[in-house]
Design a protein around this ligand. Structure first.
Ligand SMILES: Cc1cc2nc3c(=O)[nH]c(=O)nc-3n(C[C@H](O)[C@H](O)[C@H](O)COP(=O)(O)O)c2cc1C
Length: 224
């Protein structure tokens, strides 16, 4: 991306953080970076987890996929089963609002969301939404998936969820709109939010790799 775009709005603070690494010091007391205490998430061992990634960047270059990978590593080490869906490279279609599903499925599209992701989501205990911050919200790639929840809204009630996000900017309001959207979604879907990693100041792979956000993601996985 053109880094100047987001420097413009985040100002000198972001420049300092970009030069020196991720802006974690500003976030240490940020209640929005939520890592559950070990054993505090009911669901027990061997949870079925679906991780949805949505960055168009290559796996070894993406900052948000790095967080997802660290989470997965932690969750697998704790004995959980993880299925990952790449929303940026699959065969996915945005909801047409035709209402043929009647909010109770099936969807008219027989794409990867309907055939691969939805069956996994329906049987999952925990759903992890992962996104790069795009204009202060989730990526369009992830929003396509979220809108397709429409076909199974009721059947998806009662899941646990986690949000992992990375952003270039490091201002304290960077993630506000995303957090509001995520928490509203959790409320509507009757999910239980069990962790959030909002990795500000992480616009490049090297920054997220050396940040404490990576360890937070790992720890959320191990603490489930
Ligand atoms: C289309 C687009 C929109 C973006 N919007 C924002 C933004 O609103 N705020 C921000 O801090 N960073 C923004 N970024 C930067 C990305 O969030 C950041 O580089 C992130 O680390 C990319 O994650 P990824 O490598 O997993 O795709 C944007 C990048 C792109 C390409």
């Amino acid at each position: 991306m053109n880094r100047r775009e987001f420097l413009k709005i985040s100002g000198i603070g972001a420049m300092t953080l970009f030069m020196s690494g991720c802006g974690l010091s500003a976030l240490k007391d940020d209640k929005k970076n939520v890592v559950p205490e070990k054993g505090s998430v009911s669901g027990g061992k061997n949870m079925k987890i679906v991780v949805i990634t949505s960055s168009p960047h290559a796996k070894n270059e993406s900052t948000s996929i790095y967080l997802a990978d660290r989470f997965t590593e932690g969750a697998k080490s704790a004995g959980h089963e993880v299925f990952t869906f790449d929303a940026a490279n699959g065969d996915t279609h945005p909801c047409r609002g035709c209402d043929k599903c009647g909010m109770d499925g099936p969807c008219i599209f027989k794409d990867d969301i309907e055939n691969i992701l939805m069956p996994k989501m329906l049987e999952a205990d925990l759903i992890v939404l992962t996104t790069p911050l795009y204009y202060f919200g989730m990526s369009a790639q992830l929003k396509i998936i979220v809108d397709r929840f429409y076909s199974r809204t009721g059947k998806l009630h009662g899941k646990k969820s986690i949000m992992l996000a990375t952003a270039y900017n490091s201002a304290d309001w960077t993630m506000e709109a995303l957090i509001n959207h995520y928490e509203t979604l959790v409320r509507y879907m009757e999910w239980k939010d069990v962790g959030q990693v909002m990795a500000t100041g992480c616009g490049a792979r090297s920054l997220v790799e050396k940040s404490e956000f990576a360890d937070m993601a790992y720890k959320i996985g191990t603490n489930l």
